[in-house]
Design a protein around this ligand. Structure first.
Ligand SMILES: NC(=O)c1ccc[n+]([C@@H]2O[C@H](COP(=O)([O-])OP(=O)(O)OC[C@H]3O[C@@H](n4cnc5c(N)ncnc54)[C@H](O)[C@@H]3O)[C@@H](O)[C@H]2O)c1
Length: 338
């Protein structure tokens, strides 16, 4: 049995707990949860059976009956607890963005290499059905090479984060690092690191980036535009879309989640995709189903069981994606400009 100790009982902690519950039959169970707000940890534990509650991450890592640590903490804390967990001999799932600083990146890599721990990062879009389809379509050359693309991820301002940590640049990296990294990472996944990066940003009154617009170029002929932002009104719907022009077709994911292929010749059609796993619970946040979160944790559990090599969302890849977002921030003039 894979016994998971969950660090953080906030939005993502709740999401991961629901996914592990749905994956019980694979031989995985959350056995411990920690949150500095112990009542939040207790509330999460009460939804399931036999979960021991801890008031600190240190206490859980030191004393709980677990063999895996799943980190759903504010981003600036990821490296500290990932390192502690790996040193204790545990495998780790760490939410994205994996960490914010070069020194944390190096420490995580060094500890992983020294301990031999397995570590997967929650770059969930790599496991999100419509994006998995696009990755396979590009890799298999079904419609030829990518010529251009537009990737967009926009939402209402996040309000759930405890003590507003997500709006503090030194804790979250702001919208560009926290949310936009999904698309930066995915574009890297299908096309690699761009030759050139150009970004501009819209900033709030404190000078912090709230919306970022980037162009990645690959040689002379391939260009991709990306937009990420989370400063829209509370009624504004979350939207994650793409439009990719390939040699023989253009493919779109619209903001209703509909995937369409427009072949250069012939009629448009919607590819048949596996339906997403639906949760009975109210999950809050941006999603109504377990979606890619279920897929990624299933992949993680199966990786721990030796059924895959956990190569889809590695620490090394996640670090390179943070570095690419930092190139975007640099091009835009910095995360915060007073
Ligand atoms: N993959 C995705 O699509 C996705 C979506 C949202 C958030 N995230 C990431 O997940 C992580 C968590 O975000 P969230 O939205 O769940 O935030 P959140 O504020 O809802 O939850 C974080 C929880 O951690 C707790 N906490 C803080 N310090 C702690 C400590 N030292 N020990 C134990 N508990 C502590 C807080 O009390 C809070 O309950 C972030 O890195 C975020 O970027 C990923």
């Amino acid at each position: 049995m894979i016994k998971v100790g969950l660090l953080g009982a906030g939005y993502m902690g709740g999401m991961h707990a629901a996914c592990y519950e749905a994956l019980n039959d694979l031989g995985v169970k959350v056995t411990a949860v920690a949150d500095v707000y112990e009542d939040a940890a207790q509330e999460l534990a009460d939804k399931y059976q036999d979960i021991v509650v801890y008031g600190s991450s240190e206490d859980l890592i030191e004393n709980a009956d677990v063999n895996v640590i799943d980190i759903c903490l504010p981003t600036h804390l990821h490296a500290k607890y990932a390192v502690a967990a790996m040193k204790k001999g545990y495998d780790v799932f760490c939410e994205k963005p994996v960490c914010l600083t070069e020194s944390d990146m190096e420490l995580m890599l060094k500890t992983k290499n020294e301990t031999g721990a397995k570590l997967m990062v929650g770059q969930v879009i790599r496991l999100w059905t419509e994006y998995v389809w696009l990755k396979e379509t590009v890799d298999q050359g079904t419609y030829g090479k990518v010529l251009s693309g537009v990737f967009q991820r926009v939402s209402a301002r996040p309000t759930w984060a405890k003590e507003g940590w997500i709006h503090k640049p030194e804790l979250s990296g702001g919208s560009a690092v926290d949310m936009h990294i999904h698309d930066t990472d995915f574009v890297r996944y299908i096309l690699g690191d761009p030759d050139e990066v150009k970004s501009i940003a819209y900033r709030n009154e404190d000078g912090m980036i709230e919306q970022i617009f980037s162009i990645f170029s690959y040689g002379n002929n391939v260009a991709v535009a990306l937009e990420g932002g989370w400063d829209f009104p509370q009624t504004f719907p979350f939207s994650a879309t793409y439009r990719v022009k390939l040699e023989k077709a253009t493919v779109t994911l619209d903001n209703a989640g509909k995937l369409t292929v427009y072949p250069n010749e012939g009629e448009p059609f919607e590819p048949n995709l596996e339906p997403e796993f639906e949760s009975k619970e109210d999950l809050g946040g941006n999603v109504s189903s377990l979606g890619g979160y279920y897929n990624e944790l299933k992949y993680f559990v199966e990786g721990l069981q030796g059924k895959n090599d956990l190569s889809v969302a590695t620490l090394e890849e996640a670090i390179e994606s943070v570095r690419l977002v930092k190139r975007e921030l640099e091009s835009a003039g910095g995360l915060v400009v007073k």
